[in-house]
Design a protein around this ligand. Sequence first.
Ligand code: ADP
Length: 173
Amino acid sequence: MGMKIDTTLVLLKPDAVERGLVGRVISRFEERGLKIVGLKLLVASAELATKHYGDFIERYTEKLGKEKATKIMDEMVGFLTSGPIVAMAVEGIDACPVVRKIVGSTYPNEAPAGTIRGDFAHVSQDYANTVGITVKNLVHASGSVEEAKIELSLWFDPKELTTYSAVHEKHTR
Ligand code: ADP
């Protein structure tokens, strides 16, 4: 920790785009001194969204039971493909954990103020599960460097990722 430059995947989900928060959310990363090395607006296919959430059912079966986890997975794929999203590749020193901190915890009611989820949403897991919707928490960010590698290759063609030096790197690295 503390010295590795890595690149992570951030998705601005349909709630962020439809609420007109794209600029403000992207600013959070820029302000922190992270560098955007890939960026695009797209509507994802169900196939891509399913691949993206790959192991969700497995991860949540123990906690929620297979039926519920599968239902939530269907909701998530439905939601992620329901409108345009923004895919970003974000580079920085330990970008992966730093970005997760900026994003905040999964359930917005638990996310600290100052994080994206804690500042722009407040929904709870209980509410979402009672109503039967996915937790709308604006952004996705890769959970680990290994996940980031896999997810970046799902969402970006290598030639869509750029190399350049940002002037602010003089002071943020
Ligand atoms: P994170 O996005 O914080 O990495 P996960 O990978 O565990 O969280 O979950 C993926 C997404 O699934 C979450 O961002 C959220 O939108 C949704 N989600 C997670 N848990 C639930 C749940 N219990 N009910 C509905 N949706 C959920």
